[in-house]
Design a protein around this ligand. Structure first.
Ligand SMILES: [Ca+2]
Ligand SMILES: [Ca+2]
Ligand SMILES: [Ca+2]
Length: 383
């Protein structure tokens, strides 16, 4: 009998223990991003779809060959809420939705915030609106069409899907149709091994992010996708506009640059005054840039609503395939949460989505909320 009592007590303890463990573990799995979704939506602005039909078809075949199911959708509604509703609807289908590619000029949600350093209100395009599909977006004064806040609502503030934009139409120095065609030609070349680079990364850290060797080492420790790293940073080397422009002609695969910027130019030197030279959008077009991928820690460089913004200019110049950056003040910190998935062969889109789940600088950090992906989100660095 005593044995039975002991057994019952032991069983009860084990059951309680298991229940408590499951209660702790299950929400973790529930909240973690799923990696099994294999459906992709490609939205094409209907005004360019017939001009680009062969390019889009090739791109679709390439994504199918990559292992995804693909819907190509001709889109003509100039309303970002309608686009988000379509993404929500797709993600609620049995197949789910991994992410979406927007080809052509598509609307964006705009967010406003108070910039205390300059004592003025600013607004910026926020693609997190199109990737966090179950969070709540608050617009206190709907007449201005600017969002004011982002909350969990009935879901959470983290992104369920990823998104990438392929649109050169903010550039006034480029023929847009040619830019699309060249982009898709080199995209196919990369996917078929005809465009490649030695697997290497340039990490270019201007003065204000390289005030000590310890700080430089911290940045470098998070660059986990490449073992072949070239670091140019003070205090050990000279960082200037002229030197940076020269480095862009070298055959790095990936460039990660830390530099003060406006949407249309980089400003080298401390404080953002450009004392060590400037690199503007026309420079990016005219330099024969060799790298394929960029992470721009460069305030507002990927503000794609801004005419001649740097991010779009990088993307549609020379060899570029994908650009990550911020549409507002800020940029990517906790970089290993982005680079480690890339090193595992995950796509740029998925790496960006997973990065947003980092524990310190996720979607609640104002400096993270402008993070944007320009170019093909389905590429990987291991193709
Ligand atoms: Ca508002
Ligand atoms: Ca969410
Ligand atoms: Ca410098």
């Amino acid at each position: 009998m005593r044995k039975n009592v002991k057994a019952i007590i032991l069983t009860t303890i084990i059951l309680f223990g298991t229940a408590i463990s499951l209660a702790l573990i299950l929400p973790y799995f529930k909240d973690q991003p799923s990696q099994t979704r294999l459906k992709v939506n490609i939205y094409v602005n209907s005004t360019i779809s017939s001009s680009l039909s062969s390019e889009i078809n090739q791109y679709k075949q390439d994504i199918i060959a990559q292992g995804y199911n693909v819907d190509v959708i001709n889109w003509s509604i100039n309303n970002v809420t309608a686009l988000r509703n379509d993404l929500i609807n797709a993600s609620n289908q049995p197949q789910g939705l991994a992410g979406a590619v927007l080809i052509g000029d598509f609307p964006s949600a705009m967010m406003q915030y108070y910039d205390s350093s300059w004592a003025l209100w600013r607004n910026y395009p926020i693609d997190l609106y199109l990737t966090d599909l179950d969070g709540e977006w608050v617009d206190n004064d709907p007449t201005d069409e600017l969002f004011d806040a982002h909350n969990n609502g009935t879901g959470d503030i983290f992104p369920e899907i990823w998104i990438g934009r392929i649109c050169p139409e903010s550039l006034n120095n480029t023929d847009h149709l040619t830019a699309y065609r060249n982009y898709f030609a080199r995209n196919h070349d990369y996917r078929t091994g005809q465009l490649s680079r030695p697997h290497s990364q340039l990490v270019y850290i201007d003065d204000d992010w390289a005030t000590s060797q310890q700080l430089v080492n911290e940045w470098l420790g998070d660059m986990t996708a490449y073992s072949n790293l070239t670091c140019v940073a003070i205090p050990t080397t000279t960082t200037t506009a002229a030197d940076y422009k020269n480095r862009l002609t070298h055959i790095y695969e990936f460039v990660h640059v830390f530099v003060h910027s406006w949407p249309y130019e980089h400003l080298f030197g401390p404080g953002g005054y450009g004392a060590e030279g400037k690199v503007n959008y026309t420079d990016i077009l005219n330099i024969k840039t060799k790298p394929l991928f960029y992470n721009l820690f460069a305030c507002s460089a990927t503000n794609f609503e801004y005419r001649n913004n740097l991010g779009t200019q990088y993307l549609f110049s020379n060899n570029t395939l994908t650009v990550v950056g911020s549409s507002k003040i800020g940029g990517m910190t906790m970089n290993s949460y982005f680079y480690t998935p890339l090193s595992q062969g995950k796509t740029f889109g998925e790496a960006m989505r997973l990065w947003y789940w980092n524990p310190l600088h996720g979607p609640s950090d104002p400096d993270s909320m402008g993070m944007t992906l320009l170019g093909d989100p389905l590429l990987t660095i291991l193709m």
